[in-house]
Design a protein around this ligand. Sequence first.
Ligand SMILES: [Zn+2]
Length: 321
Amino acid sequence: MSFAHVGPFWTSVCPICLDPRLLTREHVPQKALGGIEMTTTCKRCNTEFGSRFEVELQDWFDPIPFRRSATRNGKTRTIKPRAGKAPREPNRILELHGLMGAIGEQAGLARTFELDVQRLVATKRLRDAVEQRVVQRAMAESAAYFTLGAVHSVTNLVLRLLLLNRPAAVIINKAWPDSGGLPPLSDDRKAWVTLNRYSVRDLGKAERASSNVFMSRSVEALRVLYRSGAFQDLDERRGMDYHRRRPQSVAHSSPRRKAVEVSSGSMSIAVFGAALEPEADADAVHAIVVDAMEQLRIAMRTIRLLVPKAIRAEGTTYIVS
Ligand SMILES: [Zn+2]
């Protein structure tokens, strides 16, 4: 992912809350992602949650299992390639690498939208009340959309990790019979799973068959995420949100049917107009998103550390180039 830098801008007030006090310089994007000092925010707006979340993203833009060196706290260390057999399924490894990058991108976009919500909330006195809620909720739902996208991508990452293990792969292919064998780097929507009670159950069966403790722990991290109240709340809200009718839903009927209908040779797409007060829960949606992002962060942190170990336990190296 690349960010278009338009050059730094220095403000005399915090761009989030417009408060001139307690300013600190902030990197855009996050310093860990190669960002440069672009702006200033106040200490209050530069939240602890934000810095925790952003630090976590670093290893997902440039996944640590595939890196030759890693920098932490200013110290760079070289990751020595481990001796091992040649990758049994090199495309699968490449796929895992790409997926981790995509997850970092989705989570980064979620955080970007979440920051915009903060800004809107902090400056609401500048806006008409209805305008405020409409925009704030749309931003919060965009954050929710990318959070959910990252959650489902993490689920697919774990599923594809388990495919490296033969007994687990047998169970997965049986559980998703329409997926065409889940070929590496497939664009087929049927080869893309979501985090739900069925995927948690079937990945659990696969994990138990694998005898790979790191795969088991990866599935456990998904289970914890799935069962968390924060994820359940986010998942429950989807049906009421604009992002439910997300762009990916246009070409097919997933996840909810009837958005697209084909009859007598023509296709119609349902467009959902403004409801009476779709913006009413703007604050609630934001709170749900922040809680869900924290659960996502915990899952990402756990799984990131397990991926290279799980790969290595299969006797496969993850050296690229
Ligand atoms: Zn501020």
